[in-house]
Design a protein around this ligand. Structure first.
Ligand SMILES: Cc1cc2nc3c(=O)[nH]c(=O)nc-3n(C[C@H](O)[C@H](O)[C@H](O)COP(=O)(O)O)c2cc1C
Length: 367
């Protein structure tokens, strides 16, 4: 069996030092009644820190109490109660020797107003579209864009004050920030949209630039990106490495430290003619550290898991191979760590017989 040592080597990424290469992927759990993470949420994250996860990224956390949130029981980082809850989470993780970053999330066009406490408030996105070409709401106004930016920045500042080790902006999976990146859902002809990546990245860049100014040069800012969209798994907004460079360069200039590159299967090459995956290209094109993700250690992929598909534990050989050739710096693990807080320890100790299958029952508890 291939040695998994590479996964457990400490890493100094300049902006952050980690005990190993394993990241807990952000996973919405909907266990925060009143949008406040309670002691059970703190204990859940603490168990992953005790389980030798190098960096925990929290579930998506709402940046306001109205337009950002549509999923029930999702925590925010806006109210005093929620901030106090996060302080406990951070303290618990640190007491266990772990590191933790918060993922800042605005659901954008995936918020269904009728299922929220504010049904009269329309949802926000670049051009008011969830399905490309079929607007449900008006495009965001200039004032709304300004508000959304300020809310992301305020949330980042709050996260730093609470003791989080880093912040990740959720710029993937078709949510608010991604609605600006993707030309199919951004038809604006002002400074926030257009045929050039420079304009479609302007919203994310303004968030990152102002957050960077507010949190200072040493606080790590991550952004999560995906080519795939919830509306279209095969979407590829950056069809070539040159386009990907046009997408990522403004983000680097704005102050992004680490790219978290979401794929459903980490081993899939991003472009023809090279084996490099999405995170591999991000690292190669920008020189910045990157995080890969997608079906690590499990036979099925995560969107099928929502539909009830169960997954068997699988070999990590392909992962080890890519990490040994330094394709990317860190690997995020979702369901395997949701199912089993001890997953990393079992992998390190070679206890493959003890690795667990992923079942949808795991989604129903906060174990
Ligand atoms: C229950 C669940 C909730 C998720 N919630 C989020 C989220 O809040 N933010 C996010 O960026 N990705 C979210 N994801 C995607 C994961 O971060 C990860 O990219 C995906 O599960 C693939 O990793 P895996 O195959 O190791 O599970 C979620 C996935 C699952 C299974």
């Amino acid at each position: 069996m291939t040695s998994v040592n590479i996964l457990f080597q400490p890493v100094d990424l300049g902006v952050i030092k980690l005990a190993n290469r394993i990241v807990m992927a952000p996973m919405t759990r909907s266990f925060s009644p009143g949008h406040v993470p309670g002691p059970d949420v703190a204990a859940y994250y603490r168990r992953r820190a005790e389980g030798d996860v190098g960096l925990i990224l929290t579930e998506g956390v709402s940046t306001n109490t109205t337009t950002a949130t549509g999923t029930p029981n999702v925590p925010n980082i806006v109210t005093e109660e929620a901030r106090a809850g996060w302080k406990t989470v951070v303290d618990e993780v640190k007491a266990a020797g772990g590191k933790i970053g918060v993922q800042l999330w605005h659901e954008g066009p995936f918020r269904n107003p009728s299922k929220t406490a504010h049904p009269d408030i329309p949802s926000w996105s670049a051009s008011g579209e969830k399905t490309p070409g079929k607007p449900l709401w008006a495009p965001m106004t200039e004032a709304e864009i300004e508000t959304a930016i300020v809310e992301f920045v305020d949330a980042a500042v709050a996260a730093k004050a609470l003791g989080f080790d880093c912040v990740e902006f959720h710029g993937a999976h078709s949510y608010l920030i991604d609605s600006f990146f993707w030309a199919a859902t951004n038809h604006r002809d002002d400074r926030w949209g257009g045929p050039d990546w420079k304009d479609r990245t302007a919203f994310a860049c303004e968030i990152v630039r102002r957050a960077r100014a507010a949190v200072g040069p040493d606080f790590p800012l991550l952004i999560r990106l995906s080519q795939w969209k919830q509306q279209d798994f095969a979407a590829k907004p950056a069809a070539t490495p040159d386009e990907m460079l046009a997408w990522l360069t403004p983000l680097v200039d704005a102050g992004v430290d680490i790219f978290h590159c979401s794929q459903r299967r980490f081993w899939e090459p991003e472009f023809d003619g090279s084996d490099l995956n999405f995170a591999g290209w991000a690292r190669k094109l920008t020189g910045k550290p990157s995080i890969s993700v997608g079906s690590v250690g499990l036979s099925g992929e995560f969107t099928a898991a929502y539909a009830g598909e169960e997954s068997e534990p699988t070999s990590l050989d392909r992962l080890v191979e890519r990490m040994e050739r330094e394709e990317f710096d860190l690997i995020a693990v979702g369901r395997a760590l949701l199912q089993d807080p001890q997953w990393a320890i079992k992998v390190r100790e070679g206890r493959s017989d003890a690795l667990m299958r992923f079942t949808k029952d795991a989604l129903a508890t906060l174990s």
